[in-house]
Design a protein. Structure first.
Length: 431
């Protein structure tokens, strides 16, 4: 056998193997159709109701076990999964993925007047689409997350529309969208004029989501849409102390807010809404370590997870999360502009109970108050934890205040030893 013949055999084998791999990766067509005045998302020709969550640093299997069937991302690859790994895991679990293609943000220095940078971004987006378009777990393409946030250059919307056109040329199986921060007359007009190629629009609301039905009516919106972030009250939507520290709800208050938000703004729209993704299936530092995550840093589930399981499956979990009520520091509730003396001795308490009668364990912690100016979910530093001893029976403790003047926050975490937890916190100032 000649050297040429020897080389042909492995090359032919490799070609056949690659062809076989390509054949195995077959997209499931997704489309949006109008039926009797209502829009329906079809996957493989069948209606597909999205029970989704934003997930980046968490376990997809846990979401599936609670009744979730879809994941949205903020970029194709992240520190935990490549896009391929996430899509493969979603397919294994019978889930889908709305894949976000990250694009430049004006607030972070991207210049949409720079034609070369915009073209480079376009080519990057095309490469990501070609990489993943045939995966059976792919549901839709999201072109950028909150591109309107602190943006003045409207050319960003032209860039989104151009990427959408490209996607429709190379991928005929998946719809396109972009996720807007809020929605109103200006964004509705921009969407109609500059992003008309999108198959549907996505909007993101927090406390203000209860007004979403009214906002849509105000602009006579008659196209399909998703809500791709909704959850806790935003830190910009709550009262603050005199020194600007936002007042955070307890985990039980948040759980009730999730329930109400879903009832008022999600479940109520049977005509235009084609899906939603709750925020955040995981944990992150954003103003505090507990503000937006439905889990704690140690992986414990909070009441928001319980609520979403009830929404998705109709059944509460077999074991529920602890409930946290009033928290007091030096006899005062959060929002009372609490000031303590350096190194002074103080008392704190929290009302807590467990729906299943489980024994509760309390952990108290003091952290320096975050002074970040980050916005839009941009990465934040984790404030320093202050070393101090707590004494008492768990629900009522005594401690010594920090000695250094400045703003701080007292946290309490309530665990039930079943993987569930509740939490609450109070901002205070050392004067």
């Amino acid at each position: 056998m000649s050297r040429l013949q020897l080389n042909v055999i492995p090359i032919l084998a490799l070609t056949l193997m690659m062809s076989s791999t390509t054949l195995l990766a077959e997209a499931i067509p997704v489309e949006i159709v109008e039926r009797d005045g209502s829009f329906v998302l079809l996957r493989g020709g069948e209606p597909y109701e999205v029970h989704g969550a934003g997930l980046e640093f968490s376990n997809p299997a846990g979401l599936a076990a609670r009744g979730g069937n879809s994941i949205r991302t903020w970029r194709t690859d992240n520190a935990q999964f490549t896009g391929r790994e996430l899509l493969d895991e979603a397919e294994r679990l019978g889930m889908t993925v709305t894949m976000c293609i990250e694009i430049g943000r004006e607030r972070q220095g991207f210049d949409y007047d720079d034609e070369e940078a915009v073209e480079k971004q376009f080519e990057y987006a095309k490469g990501e689409v070609l990489k993943y378009k045939d995966h059976p777990a792919l549901l839709a393409w999201m072109i950028g997350n909150e591109p309107n946030l602190q943006a003045r250059n409207t050319k960003v919307y032209d860039a989104i529309n151009d990427i959408s056109k490209m996607i429709h040329e190379v991928d005929g199986n998946h719809p396109t969208t972009t996720a807007l921060a809020g929605f109103g007359p200006e964004l509705a007009e921009i969407t109609r004029k500059q992003m008309s190629d999108l198959d549907f629009i996505s909007v993101q609301f927090y406390g203000d989501i209860v007004n979403l039905p009214r906002y849509l009516d105000q602009v006579d919106w008659d196209k399909p849409y998703m809500v791709t972030e909704w959850g806790a009250l935003g830190h910009w939507e709550v009262k603050t102390t005199k020194w600007g520290a936002p007042i955070e709800q307890s985990s039980s208050e948040k759980a009730e807010h999730y329930r109400k938000s879903h009832e008022v703004a999600i479940a109520s729209d049977k005509n235009l809404l084609i899906g939603n993704y709750v925020f955040l299936w995981g944990q992150k530092q954003e103003r505090t370590p507990t503000w937006y995550g439905m889990f704690l840093k140690d992986g414990s589930r909070t009441g928001a997870v319980d609520v979403m399981q009830k929404v998705w499956t109709g059944e509460w979990p077999e074991n529920r999360s602890p409930e946290t009520g009033g928290m007091r520091l030096n006899g005062k509730a959060a929002g009372k502009n609490i000031k303590l003396k350096p190194g002074g001795s103080y008392e704190a308490s929290v009302e807590a109970s467990d729906p299943d009668g489980d024994a509760l364990h309390f952990t108290w912690e003091i952290m320096a108050e975050s002074t970040t100016t980050a916005t839009g979910g941009d990465k934040e530093y984790v404030p320093e934890t202050i070393e101090t001893a707590f004494s008492g029976n768990g629900a009522e403790v005594e401690f010594k205040a920090p000695k250094k003047p400045g703003p701080y926050r007292l946290f309490v975490y309530v665990h039930d030893s079943q993987g569930n937890a509740g939490h609450a916190n109070i901002p205070f100032r050392i004067r």
